[in-house]
Design a binder for this molecule. Structure first.
Ligand code: SF4
Ligand code: SF4
Length: 71
């Protein structure tokens, strides 16, 4: 499962484009800077691959569970 820091998101949609499971999509809410941000459409399908976190130019996505596993 990913964690999104909504305030860092610029709504660029790169994470949506590159998610191999196609489970990210922009929602209808905006953050306080006016950017729409993504959410998971089906959490159970997330394979914690980390591609969204790697591709995000704003560093808005983290994978806390994966980090814990690696420690
Ligand atoms: S970790 Fe992988 S599967 Fe999960 S949302 Fe990100 S890109 Fe998609
Ligand atoms: S790649 Fe990052 S900044 Fe772009 S929409 Fe996804 S979370 Fe937001």
């Amino acid at each position: 499962m990913i964690e999104l820091n909504v305030m860092l998101c610029k709504g660029c949609s790169y994470c949506i484009k590159f998610c191999p499971k196609k489970i990210l999509e922009l929602g209808t809410d905006r953050n306080k800077f006016g950017h729409f941000y993504p959410h998971l459409t089906d959490e159970a399908k997330c394979i914690s691959c980390g591609i969204c976190a790697t591709i995000c130019p704003e560093g808005a996505i983290e994978l806390p569970e994966k980090e814990k596993e690696e420690q």
